[in-house]
Design a protein around this ligand. Sequence first.
Ligand code: TYM
Length: 336
Amino acid sequence: MESNTDKKKVIFSGIQPSGQLTLGNYLGAIKNWVALQDEFDCYFCVVDLHAITVKQEPKDLRQRTLEVLAIYIAAGIVPEKNTLFIQSHVPAHSECAWLLTCNSYMGELSRMTQYKDKSQRYGDSIGAGLFTYPVLMAADILLYNTDLVPVGQDQKQHLEIARDIANRFNNTYSPTFKIPDPYIPKVGAKVMSLQDPTKKMSKSDDNPNGYILIMDPPEVIRKKVSRAVTDSLGIINYSDDQPGVKNLLDLLIAINGSTPQDLVAYYKDKGYADLKKDVADAIVNELEPIQNKVNEILKDKKALEEIYKLGAEKANYISMKTLRKMQKKIGFIPRG
Ligand code: TYM
């Protein structure tokens, strides 16, 4: 049962089942998790408690939660080697989040850019959960004595506040939490929208042509890539002056491991249509086998249940140990 006996460093990461997953989620997170699973003791969670910070249709939430788990496995995360679980199955997350909320400041939470963006959009009717969301994320990470958190660039600020909250708790009481480091991949950390390459690709984008879903059928992927915004220069350079072209090249780099120099040389006498065709081929080749496996995995709900039950058991055991430590230090009476 003990997770740290082999003394591997601990990794924790998660994805919200709040919409269908995008190529950004895959390249910024899941693809790297697959590469890290042999070296680390990994916890990969489907963070459904985070998903309800915005309104969710219960039926869709149920279906997406299982689909996200199936995507983890189909992408190559081996259930026997890792702890795969659903956040709401491990009550310590909610309780730890409360204890940490009481050790967090309104000021630091209101400085989170994701919160600021959303509060601009929703005004006063923004949910309180969106405000305290980074504290729940800190709880997720800190409960497992996590060393590294593999995430895309957009989560960096949330990692920083998790570190601040951990340090504050350690200083107020006594050393309790390990201070986690972000692990942001060199490539794929910020996949941009195909329609506005100055914005990150996001599942909450109003325009579906801006994102590619992991489960988009090949013909849809090809259509979306062919409509990707480029520019009128007609040359293929890897430059911030050509954000659309750069984003397409970045996709090839993240998927095939090519380098910007090689790609620029290769496309010297070629046009945007050639580039788009190659990008679409690369994405389809990467995603199609995963899609087939996801559909297979989802057919056997019992087997999936076995996996998330086992994962929750292990996660419960480890997280309760941390939670009890916190309760004791705070001054709560042990249950005896
Ligand atoms: P979420 O669900 O928005 O995204 C999941 C992961 O995908 C990455 N990502 C991207 N990477 C590159 N390019 C993009 N366009 C792109 N879009 C998303 C994200 O950086 C993330 O790694 N708060 C987190 C979920 C979470 C979590 C945690 C993560 C909750 N608890 C504990 C790590 C550890 C979130 O909303 O991610």
